[in-house]
Design a protein around this ligand. Structure first.
Ligand SMILES: Cc1ncc(COP(=O)(O)O)c(C=O)c1O
Length: 440
């Protein structure tokens, strides 16, 4: 065995190749083929800095306050420099206790029980299990084009494709209804055997689609009428991303459970949460001590993640949320204006800083995966990945939505400045004009 010293420099020098060799060669070769910038060694002012000095703004969204945000790093560093336990064998953890309290306060008092996990998928599992245990019913209703994570339960709700297809048979009792179809929702709820309806208030990976107001109204009223829980998966739409702490906070009734993740750990620590009410918690798990740990994630209760999340929450002030709303509004308008007349534009949509640029896939044979020697991907659009590639040259790291490669997903940091957004709009307009010219 080659005894490489585990210094950071050594890892940064050899670890990228080791990722390819020991983690996932497909991701590594996809990055290489699509010329994704990979070789980042530094962070400066929240930006990624490549080995060659190139600087990138990351629009993935999980780094909602920029990479290695100082307040979050400092909170974790202070915690690590203390001698407080990180993990408590009793599981009664004061750091997660404080985090849970703050999450409930930020959510405006609608929730008073918090279940902490390491990933969004686990928090979705927690919500699904809560619903089954609380209602004693078997069925879960989701919406087509959803992405709720890669756990055995959450994946059953997933849109068809590579995240779902290889892993069947899926969890029984799951029904996926067409997006926005309130009549289908009513039909599924009518027999009274549905434990939960789970929705993303704004679908992220599905292509940035906000749930229509009429569907939201029906979901709020019909779940209550039929005794089913309403679960809002706000892993993408929550924590300020769409310009409010929770997108669902303006719904006619607050969902029975809300799921948060991604940026909760400030982009530094893996932490996610399911918020619900004492009443639901007691119905599901309140009978006996042995039920208290029925859904258990060992390291969900850990201090380092909790202090990172607390530092992140303290950044989510009202001025930051209203700034995100205003910046999103301005960006949407600027993109619409700059791209008007480009034949490749379908629409710019979304709320706050959870935006999508929906494009038409050109018919041109060269712009197909088949032409590039990847026939298995022939049904996939290439337009958003091509645009993402061309934006690398301008220092923007963007992505196609996971289920719909016609849509470029745009999730800048919440405190992004206007000059950066103006540069982005200019870059998108210029590159999309080039592509439109090739295919005309
Ligand atoms: C809406 C939504 N729910 C759940 C998840 C799963 O979160 P995680 O990847 O942390 O398991 C994701 C991840 O992208 C998501 O977008």
């Amino acid at each position: 065995m080659d005894a490489q010293p585990e210094s950071l420099t050594n890892m940064l020098t050899h670890g990228f190749a080791e990722f390819r060799d020991f983690v996932n060669p497909l991701i590594a070769s996809r990055a290489a083929l699509s010329r994704e910038p990979v070789d980042f060694h530094h962070v400066r002012g929240g930006l990624l800095v490549g080995a060659d000095g190139a600087v990138f703004e990351d629009f993935h969204g999980v780094q909602a306050f920029g990479h290695r945000r100082a307040e979050v790093s400092r909170a974790v560093a202070e915690f690590l420099a203390s001698d407080a336990p990180n993990w408590f064998p009793s599981r009664v953890n004061p750091f997660t206790g404080r985090l849970a309290r703050r999450l409930c306060e930020h959510a405006g008092g609608a929730y008073d029980r918090v279940y902490l996990t390491c990933t969004g998928s686990e928090a979705v599992e927690a919500a699904l299990k809560l619903a089954r245990a609380a209602t004693g019913r078997p069925r879960i209703v989701g919406v087509e084009r959803a992405y709720h994570g890669c756990g055995m339960g959450s994946m059953g709700l997933m849109h068809d494709g590579p995240f779902r297809d290889p892993f069947g048979p899926h969890l029984p009792g799951i029904t996926r209804i067409p997006f926005g179809d309130a009549a289908a929702l009513r039909r599924e709820l009518a027999p009274g055997d549905v434990a939960a309806v789970i929705v993303e208030p704004i679908q992220g990976e599905g292509g940035v689609h906000a749930l229509p107001a009429a569907f939201v109204e029906a979901a709020c009223s019909e779940t209550r009428a039929h005794g089913a829980l309403l679960i809002a998966d706000e892993v993408q739409s929550g924590l300020g991303r769409a310009g409010r702490f929770l997108t669902s906070e303006t719904w006619p009734r607050r969902p029975d459970a809300v799921v948060l993740g991604k940026q909760l750990g400030g982009g530094l620590m893996a932490v996610a949460a399911m918020l619900t009410t004492e009443a639901h918690f007691m119905r599901a798990y309140g009978e006996d001590f042995e039920d208290g740990e029925s859904h258990n994630v060992t390291l969900g209760q850990n201090g380092a993640s909790a202090v990172a999340a607390l530092a992140t929450l303290s950044l989510l002030t009202e001025p930051v949320l209203s700034r995100a709303r205003a910046a999103g509004e301005r960006l949407r308008k600027a993109l619409r204006e700059a791209l008007a007349g480009n034949s490749l534009l379908d629409e710019v949509r979304g709320e706050g800083l959870l935006l999508g640029i929906a494009l038409h896939q050109p018919e041109h044979p060269w712009l197909s995966f088949e032409h590039w020697g990847l026939p298995k991907l022939a049904a996939r659009a290439t337009i958003a990945p091509i645009l993402a590639y061309r934006l690398y040259k301008h220092g923007f790291f963007t992505f196609a939505c996971g289920h719909d490669w016609r849509v470029l997903r745009v999730q800048p940091r919440l405190d992004v400045d206007d000059a950066t957004l103006d540069r982005f709009v200019k870059a998108v307009a210029q590159e999309l004009a080039h592509i439109a010219e090739w295919v005309s």
